[in-house]
Design a protein around this ligand. Structure first.
Ligand code: PLP
Length: 413
């Protein structure tokens, strides 16, 4: 089939708006009539700088990111290494900031103080679990506090966000280097209705970036790989508060980190280095930045400048598509079993089983979908089942076609 005949619901890499793909194929060959393709130009050329500035400004406007150089401002960084690279970056950076703060207050007894280090993790799905495991690998599990492990409250599987009264957040704020949560769990279909409270709050928004307004000021860092809602695989976006960057925050010297047995990260993941170099410390894949900029421009164009917040239009559309699909799934609950609890169902990744996870029925479901050119619906290999990824580039028409297939298939069961 042609691309225009297919509706793709893959979880990531994920679909892009067709006009962006069409324009991308042109600029790959010849960017702005320069005779040179976009993946061939220097990341330090004026063209590349303009692309970088356009994408940064698009994101700043969409999410209303505070811009000042003062402690209340944020930096918009583009990195490589994917969402997984940031699992490590958050630990390297926040531990260095934490130790820097401790060392400033105390010169004596630092060994004792370092033993108090805590990294608080909400474990609500496979990705936050992985992030917490990376933290334990880097600093030792004795320093990682699991605020909640949602599996304990849902038959050993992810699918709920346990109530706040069961959370075990580290009591002494002075001990907490970071509080980590994954806003949308791509594999398990669990989404936080709103951000939790926590000291130095870090959010992984890889799979629901730019799908609703975000309370930026509540966060120390928000990061996400671009390959779901924002663009192509190859760049990771980090929105980093100036409060945790020099000169507003004191970072421990590498020599002190070494002395305390704490990890020192690679320079390409070092946010202050990337910030100082406006994301051009090393070769940045400018094509990926261009794609993200085009996707953002479309979101800006669909939402008038006087409309606040700018993400409201996309949020309404995401909700409409998700509501339509969940309503069909719920209407046929003898055939379809949505995995997560209703209160935390993701608008972006809708995870369900067919006939209680019957392998033949799920195979038949996928085969029937493919015969209608509805692709990419297989659940993650670790959990199985079916997953509809309802990202921004999935048109309403695609959700409607899928909803009518869900209806038709249910009748055959
Ligand atoms: N976080 C979330 C929520 C994800 O969905 C993914 C990948 O699907 C990752 C992190 C890891 O991203 P990457 O594959 O870019 O390292």
């Amino acid at each position: 089939p042609q691309r225009s005949e297919v509706h793709y619901f893959g979880a990531g890499p994920a679909p892009l708006p067709t006009p962006v793909l069409e324009e991308a194929s042109k600029v790959l060959l010849n960017y702005n009539d320069s005779g040179i393709g976009l993946t061939e130009i220097s990341h330090r050329s004026p063209e590349a700088n303009a692309i970088l500035a356009h994408t940064q400004s698009g994101l700043q406007r969409l999410l209303d990111i505070p811009e000042s150089d003062g402690p209340d401002g944020y930096q918009i960084l583009f990195l490589q290494g994917g969402g997984s690279g940031e699992f490590s970056a958050v630990v390297y950076h926040m531990v260095a900031i934490w130790l820097g703060g401790v060392a400033k207050k105390k010169q004596q007894g630092l060994d004792q103080e370092a033993a108090r280090l805590r990294l608080d993790y909400f474990v609500t799905g496979s990705w936050s679990l992985k992030a917490s495991q990376e933290a334990a690998r880097l600093v030792g599990s004795e320093h990682v506090n699991i605020v909640t492990d949602a599996r304990k409250y849902h038959d050993g599987k992810f699918g709920v966000i346990p109530s706040q009264d069961s959370w075990t957040q580290t009591k002494s704020k002075d001990d907490i280097a970071l509080t980590y949560y994954c806003d949308n769990e791509t594999v398990d279909g669990v989404e936080f209705p709103c951000a939790p409270e926590g000291q130095n709050l870090i959010a992984d928004m890889s799979s629901n970036f730019l799908s609703r307004p975000v309370d930026i000021r509540k966060h120390a860092v928000i990061f996400g790989g671009a390959q779901k809602n924002v663009g192509t695989t190859g760049i990771t976006i980090a929105i980093v508060s100036n409060r945790i960057l020099p000169p507003h925050a004191e970072m421990a010297d590498p020599a002190l980190l070494r002395k305390m047995g704490l990890p020192i990260g690679p320079v390409v993941l070092n946010w202050p280095t990337i910030a100082k170099n406006n994301s051009l410390y090393n070769t940045l894949p400018i094509f990926d930045v261009w794609i993200a900029g085009q996707v953002m421009q479309r979101l800006l164009d669909q939402s008038p400048a006087d409309k606040s917040p700018r993400m409201a239009t996309q949020e309404a559309e995401s909700n409409r598509k998700a509501d339509l699909l969940y309503s069909v799934l719920d209407a046929h609950s003898t055939v379809y079993n949505v995995v997560p609890d209703k209160s935390v169902r993701s608008r972006m990744n809708l995870c369900f089983r067919v006939n209680g996870g019957n392998a033949e029925a799920e195979k038949a479901f996928l085969k029937g979908a493919e015969s209608r050119n509805l692709m990419g619906l297989k659940g993650h290999r670790s959990v199985g089942g079916i997953r509809i990824s309802n990202y921004n580039a999935v048109p309403v028409e695609a959700a409607e076609k899928l909803a009518s297939y869900l209806e038709d298939f249910a009748k055959t069961q």
